[in-house]
Design a protein around this ligand. Structure first.
Ligand code: HEC
Ligand code: HEC
Ligand code: HEC
Ligand code: HEC
Length: 508
């Protein structure tokens, strides 16, 4: 896997800058490509300088004339992973619709499917795909046991009189829903090249959801593919690779990077005139002067729909967990007996993890809350903000009633300002206590590290060893969220983890 870290290179641009140099001649064709978007509409909230975002992508692409642009995507597009949970499904649905609307606005030409497209099943995929103004394509995915293709195999588009044939491929070893199966990519690619050339394609593009190593093999096995856009291995290629006259390109994930290959239209695809791989960072915050960015509306509406979907979730999900709320005691009870450990933890960023979301106005986004709360998805753990706070009788106190007590301070960044943690957390806890809250499922707490402790300390059978399983940390401290714990190839640095465990280990 070749994953090069772009961080710190502040928007590496090869060739000329996509913003400052706009070619006035209408004779260039610009193929924008992407892969492994994973439903990221906005930059991930967790990094020091977040990169990505559909609004920045719109700004970057709009620097070029509409009629010169092509946009293709090699899949893992609609969802974050191949499986959802009952908590996340409604929000993920709305998010996927938002992703489709964003690509509609960017005039996408074709998207190949990846395995995560089916997180909500085949039927929901079809429902969402119906809202797309671009085709989802795949040349080798069939309805199982039949010779009937699941989607159209390819699409032919035209720019400046030149024909561009685009087809999709899927790696058969990846998981598909039981209704579908993928057949041999190589023979299907050969057939596609033949078919598209026969239809007069000047250029053939493969959207290959197979990973870099398979792409290299494919390019060498099949002649006549001019451009191959990869996906799945998230191998950020800062320069195109050339294999058997096929140009191989691929980006990382989460829509963090913009990729574009530019060709002289007249001689397509013989003469390449530019190649851009650029982090979507702050330099893309503004679009071309005088143009309002309509993507901002798509993002705002999607956010609203996600929040509404999660509100409706309340009763259904909570009913399934009724009576199980005993699983977690939450930190408000632990601190009664373990005040030394509590005082230590209340000075740490974990204790402020929910305040962080409030400051970012993301407290209703379950995709964020799952790592900034306790026990989400586990029986008796966090479900949603109307069932996250309980009084002495075990009755839920909706967050709306506590909101004023939370004193959210917009924009507070606890990483940059650790001195704010202690006073903010202390004020938050005393507000909860004044409001009669006995259990609170927000922020990262004792039981995130020590496990749920029903009956402790009275039930001897549940007494633990006091040791913390460091694997628990990795549920939240993933490669994306905590790059400092992983090397460039994405492998865990066990020393970094051990050091971090020490740093958060409570005093005895
Ligand atoms: C439920 C998810 C979750 C678990 C489990 C978890 N963390 Fe965290 N951790 C977070 C979040 C969220 C933050 C950032 C909180 C904030 O600033 O709002 C964080 C912050 C940190 C920080 C501060 C990072 C920095 O750069 O200053 C350290 C260190 C840390 N965690 C270590 C650990 C260790 C070690 C474990 C396991 C023993 C662990 N965490 C378990 C979610 C988690
Ligand atoms: C997979 C778990 C996970 C998810 C999902 C997650 N976070 Fe985090 N978040 C973390 C961890 C771990 C940290 C600490 C690492 C660090 O600071 O580098 C963190 C840190 C942060 C920080 C920095 C806190 C500070 O004090 O500066 C912000 C802001 C944040 N997250 C917001 C969000 C938002 C908004 C979302 C949803 C879009 C989100 N997070 C989703 C795990 C997660
Ligand atoms: C009523 C007082 C009391 C409360 C409440 C309490 N503990 Fe304890 N805890 C104890 C005592 C006493 C011990 C030492 C006895 C033992 O080791 O079993 C202990 C031991 C521990 C230990 C070390 C041994 C082990 O079992 O792993 C951990 C960790 C711990 N508690 C975590 C928690 C957490 C987390 C909570 C909140 C969910 C909590 N405690 C709530 C009294 C309490
Ligand atoms: C980010 C993870 C994390 C959080 C959150 C956390 N602890 Fe700990 N705690 C540790 C680690 C690590 C140790 C050291 C145990 C070990 O060596 O594995 C520890 C040790 C302890 C011990 C001493 C165990 C012993 O062997 O005597 C107690 C008691 C304890 N924690 C209670 C708490 C309570 C109560 C809270 C909440 C207020 C809390 N912890 C929150 C990670 C955490």
């Amino acid at each position: 896997m070749r994953k090069l870290l772009l961080l710190g290179l502040a928007g590496l641009v090869l060739g000329c800058s996509p913003k400052s140099v706009v070619d006035p001649s209408a004779s260039r064709i610009r193929i924008f490509y992407n892969n492994d978007l994973n439903a990221y509409l906005a930059p991930c909230g967790c990094r020091v300088s977040p990169i990505g975002g559909m609004d920045r992508r719109w700004n970057a692409m709009k620097a070029y004339p509409d009629e010169s642009r092509v946009l293709v995507d090699a899949g893992n597009f609609l969802f974050k992973s191949a499986q959802s949970t009952d908590y996340l499904a409604p929000q993920w649905y709305e998010q996927a619709v938002g992703v489709v609307e964003a690509y509609n606005l960017l005039h996408a030409d074709a998207v190949a499917i990846g395995e995560t497209e089916f997180a909500l099943g085949v039927q929901k995929f079809q429902e969402i795909a119906k809202q797309a103004k671009f085709p989802f394509i795949s040349a080798n995915v069939y309805w199982k046991g039949t010779s009937k293709l699941f989607l159209r195999d390819s699409v032919m588009i035209e720019r400046y009189g030149k024909k561009i044939g685009i087809f999709g491929l899927f790696l058969p070893s990846l998981k598909l829903p039981p209704e579908l199966e993928a057949k041999d990519p190589v023979s299907h690619a050969q057939a596609m090249v033949k078919k598209l050339r026969a239809q007069g394609a000047d250029m053939v593009i493969a959207l290959s959801h197979q990973g870099y190593d398979e792409d290299v093999k494919l390019a060498n096995a099949v002649s006549g593919i001019d451009l191959l856009v990869g996906a799945s291995s998230q191998s950020l290629l800062q320069k195109p690779d050339v294999e058997n006259d096929t140009l191989l390109v691929q980006l990382s994930n989460q829509g963090q990077v913009l990729g574009m290959v530019e060709y002289e239209a007249k001689t397509l695809p013989k003469q390449r005139t530019n190649f851009v791989v650029a982090e979507l960072d702050g330099q893309f915050n503004d679009g071309p002067p005088g143009l309002a960015n309509p993507m901002k509306t798509v993002l705002a509406v999607t956010n609203l729909r996600m929040t509404e979907a999660n509100k409706k979730l309340d009763e259904k999900i909570w009913a399934a967990h009724e009576g199980k709320a005993d699983g977690f005691q939450t930190f408000l009870s632990c601190r009664d007996c373990h005040n030394k450990q509590a005082a230590f933890q209340e000075n740490k960023r974990h204790a402020a993890a929910f305040l962080t979301l409030l400051a970012k106005k993301q407290e209703n986004n379950l995709d964020c809350v799952k790592c900034h709360s306790v026990g989400m998805g586990a029986p008796g753990g966090f479900t949603n903000l109307n069932n996250a706070f309980f009084d002495a009788q075990g009755k839920a106190i909706p967050f709306a009633k506590l909101k004023d007590l939370a004193h959210p301070e917009p924009g507070t960044d606890y990483r940059a300002n650790p001195a704010a943690i202690k006073p903010h957390v202390a004020r938050w806890i005393s507000s909860l206590e004044k409001a009669g809250v006995k259990k609170a499922f927000v922020s990262v707490q004792c039981e995130n590290c020590h496990g749920p402790r029903p009956g402790h300390p009275f039930d001897n059978q549940l007494a633990g060893t006091g040791k913390v399983n460091a694997n628990l940390c990795l549920q939240c401290h993933t490669k994306e969220q905590m790059p400092a714990w992983y090397d460039h190839a994405g492998k865990l640095d066990s020393q970094a983890l051990a050091g971090a465990v020490k740093a958060v280990a409570c005093p005895r």
